[in-house]
Design a protein around this ligand. Structure first.
Ligand code: NDP
Length: 504
């Protein structure tokens, strides 16, 4: 479907609290302007700490007294499956909102919507598998059960780069096990999250199970500091992740953080260089580089570096940058003036260091959009900021290495550890590097593929905890051990019981 600006009607959105669409306590609103076109595309209620409190109260009540955590897994599963179907039904609308608010190409917005529906489907399957363990070999008079119980109320705080996908990496898994939630989308891209919440209600979730507070400047911190919240799940920068951890840690909440990355792709001389060059170009320019998994740091073996980099530049030069609504566009607009300023700062640091600017390095001339040229820096040294820090823009930093050990050392030398990749035809090199790379995901001869079945998260400053996969059940549950006396007591107290009960 081709979308044009003339199709766009400004949507009016309120907060979603306790199953209702309501104004914020202050009555204030804010607007979202499309970063590619500078036109207002949506209006939202401006929530504040009072609205967070309303959302937490609703979620708490839904958890403590409502049917959701008490429903059979199969019933929750049906609701989640219906949400997946409704996402597919509203595919055009969701993709359009995502492209307009974030500036991403419409084709990539469609991919994001489709991947999000898959996540809801997968979580629907997990909802029927949240079972624990039984121990029947502890002695003749005891049977023990280990059960997974839903953690409670979860605060979910999501960023602007993949708004629908990232909320779908968290929320359906929380709901699958019986948790309830308050969600705060980025104020730059709230549209798909608000729409999703409407779909969740339409799918049959009980009142108060999902609440959405739009706004900024204090909403997030109110959510991480609220005493009735049991868990905070945050995706965003490492800097704010630390604040979330500090606030939540003080109150001993469970914390799950998916933070940034400066992800290295190691290109060995013996690899399929054509496939590697494709992956490098895709890896760094996908979503305009506004991607935690961006392959923004490429380490090339010195013997092939000049030719390989020339090929990457050649391909990068042909990447179509432009209007997100044009299906031919591969790199859309940068999400905001602030993010554009971040990119410009890093590029100017790269220019003033010894790095060699081979491509781009400037905004793209346009009437009203925020576009940045695909940019390539070569001869980057590991200690430079463009080699160490997350830029979140279409900027590639190329470094070189002689031996694989050296490459792994450079790859592991930032504070991050979200993902990494190695390109080689040598299976031993691939396996030893995969083990040595300190990253939550390692791709060998591929880049950035993700599956709902596979856990995702970071080492070091890239995060804490894991999303997706079967492990997601553990992320949103806590374990309870139940022991049953079977018949008359036949065993003596074991030593541990002395400590617990002080028996003789
Ligand atoms: P931030 O990491 O700064 O996060 C902003 C969000 O965090 C807002 O929703 C804000 O809510 C909330 N927040 C702020 N303080 C707290 C707190 N103490 N407790 C809980 N929530 C809080 O994202 P930005 O949009 O400012 O992006 C900045 C940089 O982050 C980018 O340049 C990029 O490098 C990185 N980033 C990384 C992402 C990733 O996927 N890993 C995604 C997006 C950005 P409120 O406004 O209400 O306070």
């Amino acid at each position: 479907m081709t979308v044009t600006l003339t199709d766009i009607a400004i949507s009016d959105n309120r907060l979603i609290l306790d199953g209702q669409e309501v104004d914020s306590v202050s009555g204030e609103t804010f607007e979202r302007t499309s970063p590619a076109h500078d036109v207002v595309v949506a209006r939202y209620a401006k929530g504040g700490a009072d609205d967070v409190a309303r959302g937490v109260t609703a979620a708490r009540r839904a958890f403590d007294a409502g049917p959701w955590p008490r429903r059979a897994g199969v019933e929750r599963s049906r609701v989640l499956r219906r949400v997946a179907d409704l996402i597919r039904r509203d595919r055009d609308q969701l993709a359009r909102i995502e492209a307009l608010e974030s500036g991403k190409p419409i084709t990539q917005a469609y991919d994001e919507v489709d991947a999000s529906a898959e996540l809801w489907d997968y979580a629907a399957t997990l909802a029927r598998h949240s079972y624990g363990d039984a121990h029947n070999d502890l002695g003749p008079d005891v049977l023990a059960m280990v059960v997974n119980e839903p953690l409670g109320v979860v605060s979910i705080i999501t960023p602007w780069n993949f708004p629908l996908l990232i909320v779908s990496q968290k929320l359906p898994f929380a709901l699958a096990v019986g948790c309830t939630a308050v969600v705060k989308p980025s104020e730059l891209t709230p549209g798909t999250t608000v729409h999703l919440a409407r779909l969740i209600i339409e799918a049959g979730a009980d009142e108060g199970v999902v609440n959405v507070v739009t706004g900024s400047g204090g909403v997030g911190s109110a959510m991480s500091a609220h005493p009735d919240v049991d868990m905070i799940s945050f995706t965003g920068s490492t800097e704010v992740g630390r604040k979330v951890a500090a606030a939540g840690g003080q109150l001993l909440k469970r914390i799950e953080l998916e933070l940034g990355g400066k992800n290295p792709q190691i290109i060995c001389a013996d690899s399929d260089l054509d496939a590697a060059a494709d992956a490098v170009v895709f890896g760094v320019y996908f979503n305009a580089g506004e991607c935690c998994n961006s392959g923004s740091r490429v380490l090339v073996q010195r013997s092939i570096a000049d030719d390989f980099v020339a090929e990457v530049v050649n391909r990068a030069r042909r990447v179509p940058v432009g209007d997100p609504l044009d299906p031919a566009t591969k790199v859309g607009a940068i999400v905001s003036d602030e993010q554009l300023a971040v990119i410009e700062r890093y590029v100017s640091e790269g220019r003033s260091g010894d790095a060699e600017l081979l491509l781009g390095g400037d905004r793209l001339a346009s009437d009203n959009g925020r576009f940045y040229q695909p940019t390539v820096f070569a001869n980057v040294r590991p200690e430079m900021s463009i080699a160490r820090e997350e830029i979140f823009g279409p900027v590639l930093s190329v470094l070189t290495f002689e031996t694989l050990d050296e490459a792994v050392g450079i790859a592991n030398s930032t504070m991050y550890g979200l993902s990494a990749g190695i390109w080689t035809r040598d299976i031993n090199a691939a396996l030893s590097a995969s083990r040595a790379l300190r990253a939550g995901t390692v791709w060998v001869n591929r880049w950035m593929d993700g599956y709902p079945e596979l856990p995702f998260g970071g080492y070091n400053a890239s995060g804490e905890g894991r999303e997706l996969g079967r492990q997601a059940i553990g992320s949103f549950t806590q374990t309870k051990t139940i022991q049953l006396q079977v018949g008359d007591r036949t065993t003596r107290w074991v030593p541990a019981a002395h400590h617990l009960g002080g028996l003789s």
